[in-house]
Design a protein around this ligand. Structure first.
Ligand SMILES: [Mg+2]
Length: 278
C-alpha cells in the first residue's frame, strides 16, 4: 500500500508544470458519483406529484405534459411493455378529471424512470424540476471540499479551469451555480458537454483545445475513469485519475499507467513544492 501510494505521489509531482488549462470531469471528480443516483433522480420520484400540482397551470408544465403524452402515444403504438398513456385534459374545470390526468403523468414518469429511459420528453420535465429545485434551495450541487481551494490556487496562477461532462452545460451550471460551496460559476472559464463530442473519443479533446485556443500538452484533464483519460492522453493532454469513494476501482495496470490523486489538494501541494525547489 505505502509503496503504491508513494509511486503515484511521485508521478503527481509537477502535474501543473507547463499547464495553462485544467479540464475537469464532474461525476467522480469534483462531485460524488452518488449525487445523480442518490440525490437528483430520487428527487424526481419523491416530488413529481407535488411539482405537477403546483405548476400544472403554467405554460412550461403543460408543454412538458404534451411532449410526454406524444411520447406515450408513440410508445403505445410501438407496443412497449407496461406503457402508461396520458389522456387529453378536455375539461380543465373538472377537478376530478384534472387529477386523473395528473396521476397518469406521475405513473408515466415513474414507469419511464424504472426503465431508465433517457428520452427527450422525460429529460425535459426532469430538467425543469431540477431547475426549480436548485433555485428554491431544495437541491444543492455537491462539490468535494478540496475542489474550490485548489481551483482558486490554480486560477490565481494565471491558469484557466474548464468543465467537460456528459451532463448538459445547463445541468452543469445549475450544479455549480447552486452548490454546497455557493455560486462557483465565476471560477470556471467555460463548460463543455457532449455537443463537442463523446468523452471516450480522442477527437473531442482536440476539439476542446481548438475551442479554447491552446495546445493539448498545455491541458491537464482530471477524471475518474481511464476510458476518458486514455483518449485525452492520446490527444496529447496530460491526465490524472481522481480516486474518490464509490468510484470504479482501477486495475493494477491502470494504477501504474496513470497518475492518480485522492484529493485536489495534492495538485497544489506538489505545485508549491516544485516552486520552492526552483
Ligand atoms: Mg466522471
Amino acid at each position: 500500500m505505502s509503496h503504491q501510494h508513494k509511486r503515484s505521489r511521485q508521478a503527481v509531482d509537477g502535474l501543473l508544470e507547463d499547464i495553462k488549462v485544467v479540464l475537469l470531469d464532474i461525476e467522480g471528480t469534483t462531485t460524488p458519483i452518488s449525487f445523480v443516483k442518490d440525490v437528483l433522480f430520487p428527487y424526481i420520484r419523491e416530488n413529481i406529484e407535488d411539482y405537477l400540482k403546483e405548476h400544472w397551470d403554467e405554460e412550461e408544465c403543460q408543454a412538458d405534459v404534451n411532449e410526454l403524452r406524444k411520447q406515450a402515444e408513440a410508445d403505445s403504438e410501438a407496443d412497449m411493455e407496461g406503457v402508461v398513456t396520458i389522456e387529453e385534459n378536455k375539461n380543465t374545470d373538472d377537478a376530478e378529471e384534472v387529477k386523473a390526468v395528473r396521476d397518469s403523468v406521475v405513473k408515466n414518469v415513474l414507469w419511464q424512470m424504472d426503465a431508465d429511459r433517457k428520452i427527450t420528453a422525460l429529460k425535459q420535465l426532469q430538467g425543469h424540476m431540477w431547475t426549480t429545485a436548485y433555485k428554491s434551495g431544495d437541491i444543492k450541487g455537491e462539490v468535494y471540499d478540496d475542489v474550490v481551494p485548489a481551483i482558486k490556487h490554480i486560477i490565481a496562477d494565471d491558469r484557466q479551469v474548464y468543465i467537460y461532462s456528459s451532463g448538459s452545460v445547463q445541468a452543469q451550471k445549475l450544479l455549480f451555480g447552486y452548490s454546497t460551496q455557493g455560486d462557483l460559476l465565476e471560477i470556471f472559464s467555460g463548460h463543455f458537454d457532449t455537443k463537442i463530442g463523446l468523452k471516450v473519443e480522442k477527437a473531442s479533446y482536440l476539439n476542446i483545445c481548438e475551442e479554447i485556443g491552446c495546445k493539448p500538452e498545455e491541458v491537464l484533464f482530471l477524471t475518474d475513469v481511464t476510458r476518458e483519460a486514455r483518449p485525452a492522453s492520446l490527444a496529447g493532454m496530460k491526465t490524472c485519475i481522481v480516486v474518490r469513494p464509490g468510484n470504479e476501482k482501477l486495475t493494477e495496470e491502470e494504477e501504474s499507467e496513470f497518475n492518480t490523486i485522492h484529493s485536489f489538494s495534492e495538485l497544489i501541494s506538489t505545485d508549491a513544492q516544485n516552486k520552492k525547489k526552483k
